[in-house]
Design a protein around this ligand. Structure first.
Ligand code: ADP
Ligand code: MG
Ligand code: MG
Length: 253
């Protein structure tokens, strides 16, 4: 049983406060969708949880299973079981996808307990098959020249192999056609069933949530969670947009 607790989180970039007090708790098996207009701080939340150096935490706390995440280096956060599928995955020249995956897996294991090459290849091939990714892709440099859709599948490939405790999926649906969306969603659902993954899914579209059912939906606006509900909230947003929430809260653009 894993619990990630975010309390009253304030985050600034270069002196501008972007997040103004986010409180969220994610437990094993729970899927929380985070929605909201562009530029409201969704990716900032993801980056702050993972420890991106550009984002300054000015107030609040992030705790995983009782341990202070804000005290951990980036690699320690990954080792503790946190995972981010990035909205804009970076290209890393000179490192193959396969080598990157294997060292990421081993970074989470004790020294002397590294995954064997045979076992790794077996697991990777299984995941590549499930995601319908061409096997040759694993030998290409990480994300280099990958299409938008290939980058997204590659993020989910990492999720499948790393089996984190808590994952943040930042707009994994952008750039995916409907078939790819189904394949990626099936893979995420399988990880959810098999490992009890807890998840924060950032998306603009209800469409993704038809495939990956959220237990909770949160709306972030202007750096705060302004509304939370169940799956029905995402449906209402799809139909009616965000205006009604702005009106309710008296928010001006
Ligand atoms: P969302 O993911 O909700 O679309 P972001 O978290 O990416 O929004 O951005 C929130 C705000 O922070 C925006 O105003 C954006 O311009 C700003 N921002 C994001 N990343 C950076 C950065 N690296 N440097 C400066 N400003 C940034
Ligand atoms: Mg955005
Ligand atoms: Mg974003």
């Amino acid at each position: 049983e894993n619990t990630l607790e975010i309390k009253d989180l304030h985050v600034s970039i270069e002196g501008n406060e972007i997040l103004k007090g986010i409180t969220l708790t994610i437990k094993s098996g729970e899927f929380h969708a985070v929605m909201g207009p562009n530029g409201t701080g969704k990716s900032t939340l993801a980056a702050a949880i993972m420890g991106h150096p550009k984002f300054e935490i000015t107030k609040g706390s992030i705790v995983l299973n009782g341990e202070d995440v804000l005290d951990m280096e980036v690699d320690e956060r990954a080792r503790a079981g946190l995972f981010l599928a990035m909205q804009y995955p970076s290209e890393i020249s000179g490192v193959t996808t396969s080598d990157f995956l294997r060292s990421s897996i081993n970074a989470r294991r004790e020294e002397g307990d590294e995954i064997s090459l045979m076992k790794f290849i077996k697991e990777m091939d299984g995941a590549l098959d499930e995601l319908e990714i061409d096997k040759n892709m694993a030998q290409r440099y990480l994300n280099e020249g990958f299409s938008g859709g290939e980058k997204k599948r590659n993020e989910i490939l990492q999720l499948m192999l790393l089996k984190p405790a808590i994952a943040i999926l930042d707009e994994i649906d952008s750039g995916l056609d409907i078939d790819a969306l189904k394949i990626v969603s099936d893979a995420v659902n399988k990880v959810r069933e098999e490992t009890g993954l807890g998840c924060l899914i950032i998306t603009h579209y209800q469409r993704l949530l038809n495939y990956i059912k959220p237990d909770f939906v949160h709306v972030i606006m202007q750096g705060r969670v302004v509304k939370s509900g169940g799956a029905e909230l995402a449906e209402k947003l799809e139909k009616e947009g965000y205006e009604w929430i702005k009106e309710e809260l008296g928010i001006e653009d």
